[in-house]
Design a protein around this ligand. Structure first.
Ligand code: GDP
Ligand code: MG
Length: 169
């Protein structure tokens, strides 16, 4: 069977998103490997208190939150961590289904500046599903400690997408 929204059961998820999205101008999801700071960024933007931390499986379902910016309402979706769209676990399947069938307006892929090579694998896979991708490079303080420098402009040119840095932990 092919990979469709029906075969993955994601219609239920889309309905859930739709209900929560009423009144929202845009939907933005946050994807990325585990422990790259997705939930921390989501909490900062929504004022919510989803669990963050350093253990596997802490975000096992999508979390939804709202954020208002310049008179626009945004529905933000914090996805479970995933290394690739070839899902190997329930968490990865949930993230994969949302990225592929969730119909968000933008997918922000959060990446660990200390392990960009590994993190960029997911960025390239997500770019095959949608052009509406922003790469957010996080953990730059940790990269600095390891004398790793990241050229955000060069990354943006190479990937042909906006690349931003996150400095608020
Ligand atoms: N040093 C540092 N730690 C961070 C940063 N962002 C998040 N963290 C920490 O990294 C851990 C994982 O963050 P979390 O938001 O749960 O990552 P997620 O698995 O991608 O949702 C937590 O202990 C955070 O406090 C950052 O920019 N710098
Ligand atoms: Mg998380």
């Amino acid at each position: 069977m092919g990979l469709t929204s029906s075969s993955t059961g994601s219609k239920i998820m889309e309905q859930d998103v739709f209900e929560k999205a009423i009144g929202c101008d845009y939907t933005i999801c946050f994807a990325g490997n585990p422990n790259v700071g997705k939930t921390s960024i989501f909490n900062n933007l929504t004022g919510m208190h989803q669990h963050t931390g350093n253990w596997p499986g802490k975000t096992v379902a999508n979390a939804y939150g709202m954020c208002n910016y310049e008179d626009k309402n945004f529905l933000l979706v914090d996805l479970p961590g995933t290394y690739s769209l070839m899902s190997n676990s329930v968490e990865e399947e949930i993230a994969r289904n949302y990225i592929c069938f969730g119909n968000s307006d933008l997918c922000v892929v959060v990446a660990d500046a200390t392990s960009l090579e590994r993190n960029l694998n997911l960025v390239l896979q997500v770019l095959e599903m949608t052009p509406n991708v922003v790469l957010c490079v996080n953990l730059l303080d940790e990269a600095k400690k390891k004398s790793i420098k990241v050229d955000l402009d060069k990354l943006s040119k190479l990937l042909n997408i906006p690349v931003v840095r996150n400095d608020c932990k």
